[in-house]
Design a protein around this ligand. Sequence first.
Ligand SMILES: Cc1cc2nc3c(=O)[nH]c(=O)nc-3n(C[C@H](O)[C@H](O)[C@H](O)COP(=O)(O)OP(=O)(O)OC[C@H]3O[C@@H](n4cnc5c(N)ncnc54)[C@H](O)[C@@H]3O)c2cc1C
Length: 393
Amino acid sequence: MSNNHDAIVIGAGVVGVSIAFHLAERGVKPLILERRQVAFGATGASSGLVRMHYDLELESHLAWVSFQYFRNWRERVGGECGFTRTGFLYIDSADHAGKLRLNVEMHQRLGIPSLVITGADVNRLAPSFRTEDVGIAAYEPESGYADATLTANSFLAAARERGAVFMQDCEVTGLQTAGGKVAGVRTTRGDFSAPVVVNAAGAWAAMISEMAGVKIPLGTWTHDVAHLRRPAAVGEHPTVIDNSLKMYFRPDSGGLTLVALEDDSRIGEPADADLGYVAKDFVARAVDRICMRIPAMEQGSLHSSHVGRDSLTPDQRAIIGPAGPQGFYLVTGFSGTGFKLSPAVGRCVAELILDGKSSTVDISGFDPTRFERGEHLKGEHDYGVIWRNLGEG
Ligand SMILES: Cc1cc2nc3c(=O)[nH]c(=O)nc-3n(C[C@H](O)[C@H](O)[C@H](O)COP(=O)(O)OP(=O)(O)OC[C@H]3O[C@@H](n4cnc5c(N)ncnc54)[C@H](O)[C@@H]3O)c2cc1C
């Protein structure tokens, strides 16, 4: 294998392999370097929710462009992404009714199928739900969830079919520059040169940035997930973000329901800290919470639980753009919501690299330097940050 490449992508999470796929589609043959294996990081633990409901138009737009991929995966990318349409509900209290209506109007302007509904409507869509406290909800009939590991694998396979080269068990240990430009990387399997290097290393991206002399305010977010067996009385249900009860849940294959909490994650754990077990009491808290929305889940039982870790930024939004030496790009900081955006992000980053700016969606708002200016991305009709009351790691 040649050591000279058109571009190098560090990290074979769903973001890195999407970038590689979109570069390869445009005739650039990237080398993807992964220190373990595809989907080893956040991607392999992702809950896979696919919805367009955000309070920031930029994210809704990326999610909507990405949705066209999930919906037509075989034709657009090839292989499988495991997209399952379940319908999606964003449930909130009456306090947020005004903001939710304005956000749904924004979604509709983008073309996203979404409508504002009442608690009674929620009850008709999901008869097993307790809905007395539901002040308002948004309903996206087309949304659902996908399998993040399958998605990453099929992006990778499609990139390789188009000329990308993949090296696993290959850790990037240094960056090479010449005359203010990026020249390549040092790795545990030798040196590789390229005029473009993309840092898509997820929770490890701050370490790669430091190799380029770039400091980014990137932390980590460690998140517990439970899978519960649904009793027959509950039946199928939609995918839900329940902002009233600070949790999200969705059906899974085999009669399971995946549950996770929005106020129960940990920040600042080392990127390489052991992911062995969910936090003490997490399962009990998750079960209590889901029973508040679906009382019949009391008859359910625990199937399994797992932990995942993603990168986290101060405004809980991605960092995307050039930084440091010419040819070096940061694409990280997805803060627990990057899976559903990954197809559009990959396309936009390929445009940024090859055309100087992204035309599918203008992603300049994710500029890495915004934090130095004290600017935080905030929804136009802001619900506040997603992950609250984060415990210190
Ligand atoms: C538990 C959990 C649930 C989530 N649920 C959802 C959800 O429902 N919907 C949603 O949209 N998003 C969700 N997310 C977020 C989403 O999964 C992530 O934002 C997304 O997967 C990030 O992808 P990535 O490619 O940036 O990072 P990662 O998947 O972490 O990939 C980074 C890769 O870089 C590699 N790497 C690191 N350092 C080096 C190095 N030095 N050399 C070579 N390779 C290196 C790592 O091994 C890793 O494979 C969830 C995340 C978690 C953890």
